[in-house]
Write a protein of this length. Structure first.
Length: 177
């Protein structure tokens, strides 16, 4: 049985992520989608919320497991002896440069860690979590960018986050005068 892991922050999960998940799930017997924590990032959704959103978005896919991990991907790979490969989605050549470095780093840290790259589908090459956040924060329609079953949840959260940031910025401006 071949098992792959698809790691990411998924903050929030997008149609681009879901595209890679669906395609990878047909290539492997089992796909473990791992929500990672990057201490250099600030998140809009807690790790438990990101897991829950992924569970809702992948509900109909039978060979999916959702997990989370706080640490190096190579260490997670080591702990999961049932895992054979890391799957990474690529949207553009700039993604490749970064992911190529990460693949070599993971391989250096764990010689068993092989990485397979899956190019994004043409209709999702421009979709990123950052882009989704920007569109949502300014009240844009996310229906083409996030899975429909979690569209409202993501839109409402990001809109309220933006309103709070706006409120705090306004308070800071008033205090600075």
């Amino acid at each position: 049985m071949k098992t792959a892991i698809y790691p990411g922050s998924f903050d929030p999960v997008t149609n681009g992520h879901l595209d890679i998940i669906k395609r990878a799930s047909t290539m492997f017997d089992k796909l473990v989608v791992v929500v990672l924590i990057n201490p250099l990032k600030s998140y809009s959704f807690e790790i438990s919320e990101r897991r829950e959103l992924l569970e809702k978005a992948t509900e109909g896919i039978k060979n999916i497991e959702i997990d989370s991990y706080d640490g190096l991907l190579a260490d997670y790979f080591t702990q999961r002896s049932d895992v054979d490969v890391i799957v990474k989605g690529l949207r553009a050549t700039s993604d490749f440069e970064y992911e190529f470095q990460m693949a070599h780093t993971n391989k250096d840290l764990n010689p068993r860690a092989e990485t397979v790259f899956i190019p994004a589908s043409a209709n999702s090459t421009f979709i990123s979590s950052s882009m989704v956040k920007q569109v949502a924060m300014f009240g844009g329609d996310l229906s083409n960018y996030v899975p429909p079953m979690i569209h409202v949840e993501i839109s409402e959260r990001l809109k309220s986050e933006f309103q709070e940031k706006k409120r705090l910025a306004e308070l800071n401006r008033k205090d600075g005068k």
